[in-house]
Design a protein around this ligand. Structure first.
Ligand SMILES: *Cc1c(COP(=O)(O)O)cnc(C)c1O
Ligand code: SF4
Length: 399
């Protein structure tokens, strides 16, 4: 019953691989992959929960329930950190379905890649799955992407993302890639693909009937002199133990592609430094490169999943200090915020004042990158917006 209500707010989808191979059903209520894919009661605030419970108890008409559900969704801040605001323009026209925020990287959201094999309960992209149409980013015209890449020679990376672009049939994906490769754009050096398939559906690279063709497309990218990097989302080491995932990683690596890994740090799911250290080690053992540990975004069920900046920094430091330099390619904890990707470097005391030391790894304005800056220590802060500048009136990005 609870699950049925929760589905009204949080899109729900799971598959047989996740159910059969990843979740420990003997201990499901504590199982991290269960919590990752099955909405949890704690994800709704008490207010929202009570409001919905009342409507359902009163057997309110369906349209009223739907209306309340949509309002609650809007309260959950479906487009955090100006997601909708980085839409590039070409000849005065907006390229809906693309984003260009950081100088050298353009994001592309192909229409057919805006869903996933299973849905993560923490996901900030959920407006793309809930049927609020005007929030969908999508576009079909790869031609416009190519034209934009040509017109912006500072762009070296095209990041194809979603949802999960690897839900696409190979035929569809290949059409996009062939168009990009044929265009032979001199500034384009790297294609990245953001995907959760290694965790949720590794068969995409092993048993699917178009798996080999997909690997052939990957190989073609390398043969054309471009880097291919799979940006793989692994939230927990329990997603990395099956034979299927080992075989999938091996098959991808054999095409010449690199695999980089990233995940948010989430309460109830992976707030455990030893698990992170083991996960990074295992990723390296399997041939992957640890890349980002993110803070939970200020959206959806942040109250349920969010950790404070201080807690996150402690977990990161504890995990990072346990592993060899080969695993320390990872950066964290990082907030992917409106002005840029901000890393919490640490907490320290300067002239008797306790402060956070922060650093832009990526920024809208490249001048901000790599210049440590300070915020007043706040043990409750969850996100950049909660912080006040230290030793200054404003943060540099507020000028
Ligand atoms: C994270 C991100 C990128 C890529 O940043 P890297 O640090 O190069 O991995 C590009 N665009 C947006 C909008 C991003 O959030
Ligand atoms: S796979 Fe990625 S986009 Fe899809 S639900 Fe999970 S976090 Fe969201």
């Amino acid at each position: 019953m609870i699950l049925k209500w929760l589905e009204r707010f949080f899109p729900f989808k799971v598959n047989n691989y996740v159910i059969d191979e990843l979740i420990d059903w003997d201990n499901f209520s504590k199982d991290p992959i269960f919590r990752l894919t099955f909405p949890q009661k704690g994800m709704l605030s008490k207010n929202h929960y009570d409001r919905m419970a009342k409507l359902i108890k009163e057997e309110a008409p369906k349209h009223e329930i739907v209306k309340a559900a949509n309002q609650i969704r809007m309260d959950l801040n479906p487009n955090p950190a100006g997601q909708a605001h980085n839409v590039p323009e070409l000849n005065g026209e907006k390229l809906v379905g693309a984003q260009h925020k950081y100088k050298e990287t353009m994001l592309f959201f192909p229409t057919q890649g805006q869903t996933c094999h299973a849905y993560c309960t923490f996901c900030f992209r959920w407006p793309q799955f809930t049927g609020i149409d005007e929030l969908k980013f999508a576009m079909k015209q790869v031609d416009l992407v190519i034209e934009y890449l040509r017109a912006n020679p500072q762009i070296t990376d095209l990041l194809i993302t979603g949802g999960d672009p690897m839900v696409m049939k190979t035929k569809v994906f290949k059409a996009y890639i062939d168009a990009i490769l044929e265009a032979d754009i001199p500034n384009l050096k790297t294609i990245r693909i953001g995907s959760k398939t290694l965790a949720y559906w590794p068969y995409r690279y092993t048993h699917d009937n178009d798996a080999q063709q997909l690997l052939d497309v990957f190989k073609k990218i390398a043969d054309n002199g471009l880097n291919l990097s799979i940006m793989a989302h692994f939230n927990h080491i329990n997603e990395m133990g099956t034979e299927a995932v080992a075989e999938a990683v091996k098959n991808i690596r054999e095409t010449g592609a690199a695999i980089r890994t990233q995940s948010p740090l989430l309460k109830h799911l992976n707030d455990d430094a030893d698990m992170w250290a083991n996960m990074w080690r295992k990723q390296v053992d399997m041939g992957m490169i640890p890349y980002y540990m993110f803070m939970a975004r200020e959206t959806g069920a942040q109250e349920y999943f969010g950790l404070t900046l201080e807690e996150a920094w402690n977990i990161f430091r504890d995990a990072y200090s346990q592993v060899s330099g080969i695993c320390r390619t990872v950066r964290g904890p990082v907030m992917s915020a409106n002005p840029g990707k901000v890393q919490v470097l640490g907490i320290t005391e300067i002239n008797g004042e306790k402060v956070f030391i922060l650093n832009f790894i990526q920024a809208r304005n490249t001048d901000w990158v790599g210049k440590p800056f300070f915020a007043k220590y706040d043990p409750k802060a969850l996100w950049l917006d909660d912080l006040k500048p230290a030793f200054a009136d404003k943060f540099m990005y507020e000028e």
